[in-house]
Write a protein that binds this ligand. Structure first.
Ligand SMILES: Cc1ncc(C[n+]2csc(CCOP(=O)(O)OP(=O)(O)O)c2C)c(N)n1
Length: 315
């Protein structure tokens, strides 16, 4: 969580200097979701993150170097400078794809779960998306398929109370997004998305259900986006200051530090050591990304189309 937070803050500074080639959609305040969910998974499970699930990438093994290079459009980024880090996937890290189309990855995650079921593999497919994405038809299609076919999937709502600038009360008249799962015939669970241990526990149960062939779970993680929709927007523009203030007190990192202190697990300057190693990793990645070359124009079409024989082999 600390690495993700430091990454986001540093990326914002680089963006202000004009070094980042995309708008950043910061995940400050939402780090416990990606961490709690991904610690509940095996390496051979797959995830599809949302544009705000930065922590999940780092937990799954994407390096900060690779991520920052992508954001700077450098040849050393995951997509070799042809796409930014924003919507990246990683075969090695079991990250299927990112998509700019809100909600479009939900049926894709159901499809991955269907493949696992057809192959008799006990792997799980996880999809992250925001509260706004639950208003899309893709949400209905993906969850309905998963429910009918009892697919090994976990659908994770990062309910940060806003979809771009629209508060949830303006796009949803009900009281619980998790309750929607009932309409698809499987459990919906609401959890404090700022409590990393609560997320981990709920995820572990959902994963156990999925692996046991009992079907999907809809996991609604309640959280708060501490920044504006993207780096192009003022932070918390148009929101009630009391609302912002109350959520800052429930910052997931503050909560977890308090929990660790309560359990007596922060002795020996542990936090200072972690902070120092995070700072070192971030600054190393910044140097690496800034010094990396831009992509060679001759590379433009490489890796864009699969050669026919590769497509054949993939079947
Ligand atoms: C189909 C589609 N419609 C609109 C957009 C523009 N857009 C990008 S992010 C976003 C808000 C999504 O809100 P939510 O799903 O709650 O996720 P959050 O940004 O809050 O994490 C919108 C409307 C888009 N990318 N795709």
């Amino acid at each position: 969580m600390l690495l993700t937070r430091a990454y986001e803050d540093r990326a914002q500074e680089l963006w202000s200097k004009g070094l980042v080639v995309e708008s950043l959609h910061g995940s400050q305040g939402q780090e416990a979701i990606g961490v709690g969910v991904c610690y509940g998974l095996r390496p051979d499970d797959v995830i599809i993150p949302s544009l705000r699930t930065r922590a999940a990438f780092l937990v799954r093994g994407v390096s900060v170097r690779q991520f920052l290079s992508g954001m700077l459009g450098k040849a050393t980024g995951a997509a070799k400078g042809k796409a930014t880090a924003h919507h990246m996937g990683s075969k090695d890290a079991g990250i299927l794809l990112g998509s700019a189309l809100v909600g479009s990855s939900i049926p894709v995650a159901a499809g991955a779960a269907l493949a696992f079921k057809m192959r008799d593999e006990d792997r799980v497919s996880v999809c992250f998306f925001g509260d706004g994405a639950t208003e899309r038809g893709d949400f209905h299609e993906g969850l309905n398929l998963a429910g009918v076919m009892k697919l090994p999937a976990v659908f994770v709502i990062e309910n940060n109370l806003y979809a771009e600038f629209t508060p949830i009360s303006k796009h949803f008249a009900g009281t619980s997004l998790a309750a929607r799962a009932e309409g698809y015939g499987f459990p919906g669970v609401t959890v404090d998305g700022n409590d990393v241990l609560a997320v981990y526990d709920a995820m572990s149960e959902a994963v156990a259900r999925a692996r046991a062939g009992e079907g999907p779970t809809l996991l609604e993680c309640m959280t708060y986006r501490q920044r504006g929709h993207s780096s192009s927007h003022p932070p918390t523009e148009g929101r009630d200051p009391a609302e912002v203030e109350s959520w800052l007190k429930r910052d997931p990192i503050l909560l977890f530090k308090a929990e660790l202190a309560h359990r007596g697990l922060l002795g020996g300057g542990a936090l200072a050591l972690i902070d120092a190693s995070v700072a070192e990793e971030i600054e190393d990645a910044v140097r690496f990304a800034v010094d990396s070359p831009l992509p060679d124009p001759a590379e433009l079409y490489r890796d864009v189309y699969a050669p026919a024989e590769t497509s054949e082999a993939a079947r």
